[in-house]
Structures are given as C-alpha cells and as structure tokens.
Design a protein around this ligand. Structure first.
Ligand code: ADP
Length: 440
C-alpha cells in the first residue's frame, strides 16, 4: 500500500496546483469557483494522462514475451510491474527446473538396457526410449501419437495388449524377425500403460543350446548303455563258447571306453567353461608338448600313416600346458582318424613376421565340405556320425579346441577340401609366444 498515499497526495497536489494556476491565469469575469474547478480539473487530467501512459507501457510489456525488464516506474505502476515481473520470473524458474527434472528422468529411462514405451488410454504412443524403438521398429518422433497396434502387428503382442490380465510377460519374435522379445505391461496414471521390453534372443538361444546339449549327452550315453545291457542279458541267458565270450567282452570294453572318453571330454569342456583364463605369464615349452602328441598319434595310427612333426624347438607359449596339449592332441588325433591308411599328416610350427606363432596340423584325409566348416566347433556336430563313432569320436574334440584357442587369445582357422585333406591352424598372438634363447 506504499503507493496509495503518494498517489492520493499527487492527486490532491495536482488539484491544488491546477486550482491556483487556474485562479491566476483566468480572466476576472469568471467566478472564483469556476476558475478553481477548471484549473483543478486540468491538473487531475494531466496526472490521469501520465498514469495512462505508464499503464500503457506496462500492458505493452505484458503483451510481448517479457524478455526485457518490466518498465521501472515509480508508484502504483512501478510496483505492479515489479510484482508481475517477479511472479513471471519465479514461474519461469519453476518451469525450467521441472523441464530439467523431466529431461534427467527421461535420460535415465533412455539409459536403461530395457525398452520403455508409454501408451495413453487409447494405446497411442506417448513416449518411448531408443531401446524400445529398436525393439519394436519404431521412430520415437515420427510415431508419437500413433496407435501402437497399427505399427506393431505381431499377433501375440496385440492379443497381450487387449488381454485383461498382464501378470506374466509375453514372448514374441522381434518385428525384424531376427530375435525374441519379452514384453511386460504395467498400468499407471489414469488408463495409461507402460510397456517394458527386453531382448531375450541370447537367453533363448542359450536355453535351446542347453536343452540340445542335455538331449545329446543323454543320447550319447544311452547308446553304449543299451549295447552293454544287451550283452549282459546275452551273457546271463545264453551259454557262450570261449571265443564268443571273448568277443562279447571285447565289445563291452569298447562301449565302456566310449563312455569314458565322452565323460572325460565333457569334464574337460566343463572345466574350460568354468575356470579363469590361463595366466599370460606361465610359459609352456612347445617341444616336449609336441613330442608327447607325436607319441600318442603314432600309437593311434599304428603305422598306417606317414607322420611328421617339425619346428617348435626353444619356443614357449604362455598358457596352460594341459589345455594346449588337449587342443593339439585333438587336432592330431582327428587327422589320424579322418585320414585313410597311407595318408600323410604334418604337424608344423612357425613364427610369423608379426611375432605371432602358427601351429598347423595338415592331413591328406577325407576333407570336409565347405558348408560344414563354420559348424565344426559346435558341440556334438559331426559331418559323418558313424565314422566319428567308429573311430572313437565324441563330437566334442573341436569344441574343446575352440575353447582352448579362445582362452589363449588365439585363432582357429580351418581349410579343407573334400577328398584332398584338411589344414587346421592355431595362430597364437605375439604376446603369448616367445623363443627362448638357446643355451650355447
Ligand atoms: P569327433 O569326435 O566326431 O571327431 P570333432 O569335434 O573332433 O568330433 O570333429 C567334428 C567333426 O569334424 C568330425 O565329426 C568330423 O566329421 C570333422 N573333422 C574333424 N577333423 C577332421 C579332419 N582332420 N578331417 C576330416 N574331417 C574332420
């Protein structure tokens, strides 16, 4: 109210001053009252005009975007302008803070590894993060306000949105058809709905692999067990000659060995998957390792192949001796098993110009068709199942090799031509290879 008194005083002063001036300047023919009234009225009119001008300036400022300061007048209009401006600035500050908070909130949702899609009561898209856009094949800006079921037409998704209860998530193929999405719906606000999506392609693939693995292991174990059970029954109920008995026991031993090899390979795989990577500063001398592999291969080949081993003297590889032995042994025993009698098998080591090292196992065996090569390292993948089993294979050898290679930061390269032979190369990075300075 500090503007009221000065304003009243200004009015009274203007009236008085106007009255006095009117009295002095008017001619004597007019009455005194008339002269004072006309003078006072003129004074008040001047004050009203000034007031109107100030009010006009304030209204003009209010009509604009209020970027500039409000007109700084004294008195009534000054205080009004100041208070209006202050409340506008406070509201602007509040809005800026709200906007910042909203942006922080949205960028937190944006950072989520899961998709978040907000739908209004008509299932129109209100907002979605980029993960959801990717999952559902949406454009976050262009598709705003669009009905989601017009854009995502997967029947399972549409049925799920229309269902009454959404306690469980629903899985359906991604719109691009190269994966699986898991979607969960949660209501919020008034009729709004939040769609949370997760790409479960890897999880599903792992689950399928696990199921296949269990089925394969069961199958691999059941076959020798069935054979053994048959032999036991035969021996229990039939009188066998000494020759027959020997033959049956031989076959039983073979089946038992097959199961032993399978279990041993399974344990090796489990160990490879469950243990930390081999140390990069544990140096394994290659020569004794190759000598051991050569001895095993000669025993397996029993003189049916021409076998050579070259290179590797003084070379050391950083890693696990048993794992490296297992990998090379698998490659060489495969070469023996898949190379017909009279064939040639060469195991070579050479340092490459960039410091890395290559251990290659080449054979002149049956070879492998091109389309099988990418799948050879899958567990239980066999090109020729009966040949593999007949020669004591488990279908796990190259899977073990792949694990060992990965754990040593190395690479496995397979080249093969059907009928001509195969070449399996293990390339170890320079950091894991060193050539020891030979003692004089
Ligand atoms: P397996 O115990 O059956 O030999 P592996 O995982 O070692 O299993 O090999 C997978 C498949 O790759 C084999 O079944 C075989 O068909 C093929 N294979 C592996 N090594 C060779 C090779 N040197 N020559 C031809 N085929 C091979």
């Amino acid at each position: 109210m500090n503007w009221l008194l000065p304003r009243l005083l200004a009015g009274v002063m203007a009236m008085l001053a106007g009255g006095v001036i009117g009295f002095i300047v008017s001619n004597a023919e007019q009455t005194l009252l008339w002269r004072v009234l006309v003078g006072g009225g003129a004074g008040v009119a001047i004050v009203a005009l000034l007031d109107t001008l100030r009010g006009y300036r304030l209204i003009n400022w209010l009509r604009g975007n209020q970027d500039q300061q409000a007109p700084r007048d004294a008195g009534f209009w000054g205080e009004l302008g100041y208070r209006v401006e202050r409340s506008i600035r406070l509201r602007e500050q509040g809005l800026a803070q709200e906007r910042l908070r909203l942006e922080q909130f949205l960028s937190a949702i944006e950072a989520s590894p899961n998709g978040v899609l907000m739908l209004d009561e008509n299932d129109q898209i209100v907002w979605c993060n980029s993960v959801a856009a990717d999952h559902f094949g949406l454009d976050p800006l262009r598709d705003r306000r669009q009905r989601v079921t017009n854009l995502v037409r997967a029947p399972a998704f549409v049925a799920y949105l229309q269902a009454e209860v959404h306690t469980e998530a629903v899985n359906f193929p991604t719109p691009r058809g190269n994966g699986v999405l898991s979607v969960l719906l949660r209501p919020y606000g008034e009729g709004m709905r939040l769609v949370l999506s997760q790409d479960i392609t890897d999880r599903e693939r792992n689950e399928a692999m696990r199921r296949d693995f269990v089925a394969n292991v069961s199958h691999e174990i059941r076959t020798p067990l069935t054979v053994l059970a048959g032999f036991i029954e035969t021996m229990t109920h039939l009188q066998l000659t000494e020759v027959e008995r020997k033959r049956v026991l031989e076959l039983m031993t073979q089946q038992t060995q097959r199961m032993q090899t399978l279990v041993s390979d399974l344990l090796t795989l489990a160990q490879l998957e469950g243990s930390p990577r081999p140390a990069a500063d544990r140096w394994v001398p290659l020569a004794p390792l190759l000598a051991q592999v050569e001895a095993d291969a000669r025993a397996l080949s029993a003189g049916r192949h021409l076998l050579t081993v070259s290179g590797g003297t003084g070379v050391q590889i950083a890693g696990s001796s048993s794992e490296l032995h297992s990998a090379v042994n698998n490659l060489v025993s495969n070469a023996v098993r898949y190379t017909p009698e009279g064939g040639r098998i060469d195991v070579t080591w050479q340092e490459l110009p960039d410091g890395s090292g290559e251990l290659a196992v080449s054979d002149t065996g049956v070879g492998i068709e091109r389309e099988h090569i990418p799948r050879l390292t899958e567990r239980f993948y066999r090109v020729d199942g009966s040949r593999s089993r007949d020669t004591g294979g488990t279908g796990l050898g190259l899977s073990i090799v792949k694990h060992v290679v990965q754990r040593h930061g190395a690479e496995l390269d397979i080249q093969s031509e059907p009928g001509k032979g195969s070449r399996f190369r293990l390339v170890f990075p320079a950091a894991r290879v060193r050539v020891a300075i030979e003692a004089a």
